[in-house]
Ligand binder design. Structure first.
Ligand code: PMP
Length: 309
């Protein structure tokens, strides 16, 4: 059974309340007034960087790691963040408090700012920074219980020699193309290969397999984001005596895996039970997957940057 036709399966940043306040360039403004110039190069050229972060019961998960990745992505594209890491953390917490959110999805975006119609970033004198905090709608509960099905799509992940996929920039168009290709075929998520045909990741999640008791995930140099959830899972695997390796993987390796799952800030850990119509293992979420899902949920309850409402 293909997935993705149901409206309910939409995830990520669905806005669930309309009176939310957005942090925009140093002020808090109602959602309806949170506007960016049409001359902003983030909009005109996808020139900017972003992060998606979660808070669980007033604990912001891996805040430091997300802010480091944001800073490093900015540094690579020569975009200096307008706030220090500590100031950014304060602004995020203040946005969560203003919206009285215990459990939230946090989107931090820094764009090159307003310029003219040309490419020249030197004409963008001030970066734009905004922070949106909102409720999160994950994949349908059934995906976590029964696993999801994914499909390989023709659009490949960015070449590391072009815009390195390790950078989390506003240039998501080829991931969006991949998502369109998947949803055209009534699947909710796409498996993306790199230009050499090796497995890279999915459109918004990293991928893992388990084979003969060894957890495996593609090395990020093959064209994947250094996922923060991916790293958390690798750490948890170690603690749970599940050996874990970064390995070059082909679709053949995936088809013949015993288990598979995706990881990401929005999706958390979601089992994959079919890839390109091939059953993975028993066709049900495997034991190691379920163990890591539960260990991850426990971790999000325990660890994070605390705030009070
Ligand atoms: N890959 C891509 C392309 C992503 O956009 C994301 C984030 N949604 C991930 C992987 C997962 O990364 P993280 O665990 O840091 O959210």
């Amino acid at each position: 059974m293909k997935q993705g036709s149901s409206k309910k399966s939409k995830m990520e940043t669905q806005t669930l309340h309309s009176d939310l306040e957005v942090y925009l360039n140093g002020s808090f403004v109602p959602k309806s007034e949170a506007k960016i110039s049409v001359f902003d190069h983030g909009l005109l050229y996808g020139d900017g960087v972003f992060e998606g972060i979660r808070s669980y019961n007033c604990l912001v998960f891996k805040l430091k790691e997300h802010l480091t990745r944001l800073k490093e992505s900015g540094h690579s594209i020569m975009l200096e963040l307008p706030l220090s890491t500590a100031q950014l953390a304060d602004a995020i917490i203040e946005t969560l408090k203003r919206n009285r959110l215990r459990d939230a999805y946090i989107r931090v975006v820094v764009t090159r700012g307003e310029g003219d119609l040309g490419l020249d970033p030197r004409l963008c004198r001030k970066p734009s920074l905004f922070i949106i905090t909102d409720k999160i709608v994950l994949y349908p509960e059934s995906y976590y219980r029964n696993g999801m099905e994914i499909i390989t799509v023709p659009t490949v992940r960015n070449l590391p020699e072009a815009i390195n996929p390790a950078l989390k920039t506003l240039n998501y168009l080829n991931n969006i193309m991949a998502k369109i290709e998947a949803t055209n075929s009534k699947y909710n998520e796409a498996l993306m290969l790199n230009h050499q045909g090796y497995v890279a990741e999915c459109t918004g999640d990293n991928i893992f397999i388990l084979k003969n008791g060894i957890l495996q995930t593609p090395p990020t140099y093959l064209g994947a984001l250094k996922g923060i959830t991916r790293q958390a899972i690798m750490d948890l695997a170690l603690r749970n005596d599940i050996p874990c390796q970064e390995r070059v993987l082909t679709r053949h390796d995936l088809f013949n895996a015993d288990e598979s799952f995706l990881t990401g800030t929005a999706a958390e850990v979601v089992p994959v039970v079919k890839i390109d119509s091939r059953c993975i293992g028993t066709g049900k979420p495997g034991k190691a997957t379920r163990k890591l899902m539960s260990a991850f949920r426990d971790l999000t309850k325990r660890e994070g940057t605390r705030y009070t409402l």
